[in-house]
Design a protein around this ligand. Sequence first.
Ligand code: NDP
Length: 449
Amino acid sequence: MLFENEYLGNVYENLEKRNFGEKEFLQAASEVFASLECVLKRYPALEKEGVFERLVEPERFIQFRVPWVDDSGNIRVNRGFRVEFNSAVGPYKGGLRFHPTVNASVIKFLGFEQVFKNALTGLPMGGGKGGSDFNPKGKSDGEVMRFCQSFMAELFRHIGPNTDVPAGDIGVGAREIGYLFGYYKKLTNSFTGVLTGKGLSYGGSLFRTQATGYGLCYYVQNMLKILKGTSLEGKTVLVSGSGNVAIYAAVKATELGAKVVAMSDSNGYIYDKDGVRLDVVKNIKLQRRGRIREYVDEVKTATYKDNFKDIWAIPCDVALACATQNELDEKSAELLIKNGVCCVGEGANMPSTANAVDMFLKAGVAFGPGKAANAGGVACSGLEMSQNSMRYSWTFDEVEAKIKDIMNNIFEKGYAASKEYGEPGNLVLGSNIAGFSKVCEAMLAQGIV
Ligand code: NDP
C-alpha cells in the first residue's frame, strides 16, 4: 500500500483503476495525497465528507475532434481537450498546451496541479487545463490560424469570462491566443476577458510575458534567503528550456546578480561559461523561432551538446527546471547533488520525477515545487481578468509589484504549513497543504456538488 491511511489508500487504488495507465495524472495525485496524509490524521472527518474522492474526479472532461486543412489542401485531424477540474474557489482557470505529447493523462495532471496552484495565489480562480496533440512547430501562420479556429469552434461552448478562462502554455503563445480570441469573439459576438495572455492592444496585461519566469526568481530569492541565508547574487545557474518561462527566469536571475551558464531545448543544450547572452537567445527563440544550437554560431566561445537531459551534469549552485514534465530524473538529481546544488526551483509543471524530489529533500537541497514556484503566470492572468472586468489597466510596475507580493505570500504560506506540520522547509508538503486547505474549506462550505 502506497499510503499508511487505509481510506486514502483505497481512494488511490480506485483512482488507478479508473484512470488506468495515466501515469502523469497518477504521479501528480500520489504526490499530493502523500503530503495530505498528515492533514487527514488531524482532521479524520474529511473522510466522511468524501473530500479526496471528489478532489481527484474532474467536474467535467471534454474531448473533441479538431479537423483542419493544411497548406497543401490535406485534411488533418487532431484531438482537443479541456478539463474543468475544480471550481470551488472561482471560475476554472488554466492554460492550453499544443504539443504532440498531449493526451488525457497530461491534461488531467496539469489541471489537477492547477487547482492547488491557483488556490495558493489567493485570487478567486478554480483549476482547469486544456490543449491538443497539434504541433505548431514548422506550421505556417495560416495553418496555425485554421487549427486554432477549428479548436475554438468546439471550445467556445464550454468557456466564458465567468465560467472558464483559458490561457497559454507550451506551444500556445501570443500568436495562438490572438487567433483563439478572434474566433471566440466572432462566434459569440462578444468582447470579453475569456482568455488571458492577450496582446496589449486588445486587453492583455503588461508583465504577463515576464510573470512566470520573474515570479520563479522572486520565489527562489525567498528560498535562498530563508532556507539558506544567501541570495542569487554571484550564483551559477542552470536553466532548462528556452521558451517563455526559461527566458524570463534567466533574465531576472541575471538581473539579480546570478550567472546563467546553460540553457536547452528538446534537442540539446548550450553551455557558455561567461554567462549566456540573453539577447542572442531571445533573437533565436522569440524572433526566429529557431533552435538553441544556433547560439554557438553567434557566440564562438560557447558549446552545444545533443541530449537536453545532460544539462544537469554541469556544476551549479541553483537549477531552474523550466522545460517540461519529468525532465529531471533520479540520475540528474544525483549529479546535481554531487556537484553541490543548493536550490532547485521548478518553473515548469512537475519537471522533477518523484524520486528526484525525494532525493533533493533528503539531501537538504532547498526545493521549490512548480505549483508554488511557477504560480506567477497564473497570478498575472488573474490580475488580467480583474483588469478586463474593470475595463482598466495597471502599469508594468504596478503589476510587477503585485506579483512580487503574491510570490512572497505563496512562499510564506507553504513555509508556515511546513513548520506547522513538523517538516520545516519542506515546501512540497507545505504548498500542497496550504493549497488544499483553501480548496477544501470552499468545497465543504458549498455542500455535495
Ligand atoms: P514554451 O513552449 O514557451 O517553451 C517550452 C520549452 O521547453 C522549449 O524550450 C521546449 O523546447 C522545451 N520542451 C518542451 N517539451 C519538451 C520535451 N518533451 N522535452 C524537452 N524539452 C521540451 O513553454 P513555456 O515556457 O510557456 O512552458 C514551459 C513549462 O512551464 C511548461 O511545463 C508549462 O506548463 C510551465 N508553465 C508555464 C507558464 C507560462 O506562463 N507560460 C506558467 C506556469 C507553468 P522545444 O522548443 O524544442 O520544444
